[in-house]
Ligand binder design. Sequence first.
Ligand SMILES: C[S@@+](CC[C@H](N)C(=O)[O-])C[C@H]1O[C@@H](n2cnc3c(N)ncnc32)[C@H](O)[C@@H]1O
Length: 241
Amino acid sequence: MNVNDILNDKTKTWSIFDREVSKSYDLISDLISLRLYRRWCRGLARALPSQPGLNILDLACGTGLIPMAIHEERSDVEDRYTCVDLSEEMLDIFRRKMSGSTLESQLNIQRGDATDLTLESDQYDVVTMACGIRNVGDTLAGLSEIARVLKPGGAVYFLEPSIPNSRILRAIFLAYFRYIVPAVAGLFSNGDAYRYFNRSVENFPYGDGFIEMIESAGFVRCEMRHFTLGAGALYIGYKPE
Ligand SMILES: C[S@@+](CC[C@H](N)C(=O)[O-])C[C@H]1O[C@@H](n2cnc3c(N)ncnc32)[C@H](O)[C@@H]1O
């Protein structure tokens, strides 16, 4: 199956990460985002509830950038992390990075499908999902699984690239993502895989469109925060008490 065939079947997008992207994922993420993505991850971490000892589920965890950012921001408290992804290759890189680290003992890293979790209901204070929800085959099934596993009153945090509202910034952003990102990524990885990246961002609802989607999945008090002139967005929603 080549990258273009995979794109026609969204349930297989994880295999692009598994086969084409995993080894260069961190490097390319830093290059194409000019390291802004790490800053957005820390922004997500700072938005979490301040209470210590959170039970956190990170979905589509990839190479672990979100748990690492949360741990950096909250190094004085001991949280517990369950980290789930379908790509064994991404998980292997995450495990290797964590080997011997202070975070390692707080992690439970497992292969799993975010749209069909094998986890018990009502057990997480927080669910995080960065650049993940637009990659799963069935978005509504993913949202419903998140609602199921969160404790009542628990919160979900989605971090996603977004498209700025201003016409000029939007034009710059789209040109960057359509032409420069695949060219730069193609130097280190499969450029087609990163053409998928820009299509997945452009074709997925963002801003109010995504807020409406999470509200219709049952989340309440939903809000959105922007990063870097609207190039990134953090969406937060709560499971009703
Ligand atoms: C762009 S990466 C994001 C990784 C990480 N969250 C980050 O912020 O760097 C998207 C991840 O989604 C994973 N993925 C895609 N579909 C999935 C699914 N149905 N269940 C779990 N993970 C999935 C891929 O394997 C990949 O690791």
